[in-house]
Design a protein around this ligand. Structure first.
Ligand SMILES: Nc1ncnc2c1ncn2[C@@H]1O[C@H](COP(=O)(O)OP(=O)(O)O)[C@@H](O)[C@H]1O
Ligand SMILES: [Mg+2]
Length: 272
């Protein structure tokens, strides 16, 4: 569990996060949603220690990131997997080389052990057979899978993904979401995902934190979002007439995300 308490972050005289408090739960897909420019990336970078808020606490299962020594931060980093915008793979390394990289850097494993662990992760994201390919030789969705394999190679307790679906078509996006969701539940990871993709919100939003212009405006799950009284959230989520109609329909008839997920699985029998 990660608890964010009263975090404020400014750049020079411009405040980007105002007294933000929220909780990200273990074994759940926690989503940070909001308009472009609302502060999602700044919040995520603060969570992983790439930016330093001037106020507040960030507790990783009780351990406050903002009062840690650099040695303690280094230790914590080993428990963190990251998937940043774009897949950020090394172009000159194969898929296998990319996934082995953190193992080479941060463990005492022998090369054979690194290879075994990397292949396990590559198989887990359904990329077996592509391990010797270079990033330029595989599709965007496969690159994303490779980046996920690399992010979970150290068996992280915490997984951070900034807009994991950017640049992917809707169907591939859903498959990536489902992979992240499956991995989260299978390995009991505290997963935090930045997104402005409504399919993700309604597909895997178990705990949703809505950031509006740097303020934490709302928290809830994908069902509660339909009954929100927050005008800003309503405007963000149900931006189009079509989504407004979907909302009216669901409020009247109830929400059947599980049915949708099941139908989707039937469409993809080859899914992990
Ligand atoms: N290093 C920085 N210096 C100054 N302003 C920044 C910096 N990084 C982000 N910002 C500003 O913080 C705000 C939130 O940005 P960001 O977190 O990237 O939004 P989001 O990820 O929700 O699209 C924006 O107004 C952005 O210009
Ligand atoms: Mg961003």
């Amino acid at each position: 569990m990660i608890e964010v308490k009263n975090v404020t972050k400014s750049f020079d005289d411009k405040t980007v996060l105002f007294d933000v408090s929220c909780t990200f739960y273990t074994g759940k897909t926690n989503l940070i949603i909001g308009q472009s420019g609302s502060g999602k990336t700044v919040l995520m970078k603060s969570l992983v220690g790439l930016l330093r808020p001037e106020k507040g606490e960030i507790l990783f299962d009780g351990r406050n990131l903002l009062t840690m020594s650099s040695k303690e931060i280094k230790e914590l980093r080993k428990e963190i997997g990251m998937l940043f915008q774009g897949s950020a793979l090394f172009d000159s390394e194969t898929v296998l080389g990319n996934v082995m990289f953190p193992l080479m850097m941060f463990t005492n494993m022998t090369p054979a052990e690194q290879r075994d662990r990397a292949m396990f992760c590559i198989e887990r994201v359904n990329l077996a057979g592509a391990e010797n390919k270079y990033p330029s030789e595989i599709s965007g969705g496969m690159q994303k899978r490779a980046a996920i394999a690399r992010a979970i190679s150290l068996n992280p307790k915490y997984l951070f993904c900034d807009e994991p679906n950017s640049g992917l078509d809707p169907r591939t996006s859903i498959l990536i979401d489902e992979l992240l969701s499956d991995i989260t539940h299978e390995y009991d990871i505290t997963t935090v995902i930045n997104t402005h993709d409504m399919n993700s919100v309604l597909g895997i939003g178990q705990n949703i934190v809505f950031i509006n212009k740097g303020h934490r405006e709302w928290v809830g799950n994908m069902k509660e979002i339909f009954a929100t009284t927050s005008e800003a959230l309503n405007d963000f989520v149900f931006a189009t007439d079509l989504f407004q109609e979907v909302k009216e329909y669901i409020l009247k008839n109830g929400f059947t995300a599980q049915g949708a997920a099941r139908r989707h699985k039937d469409d993809h029998p080859d899914k992990p």
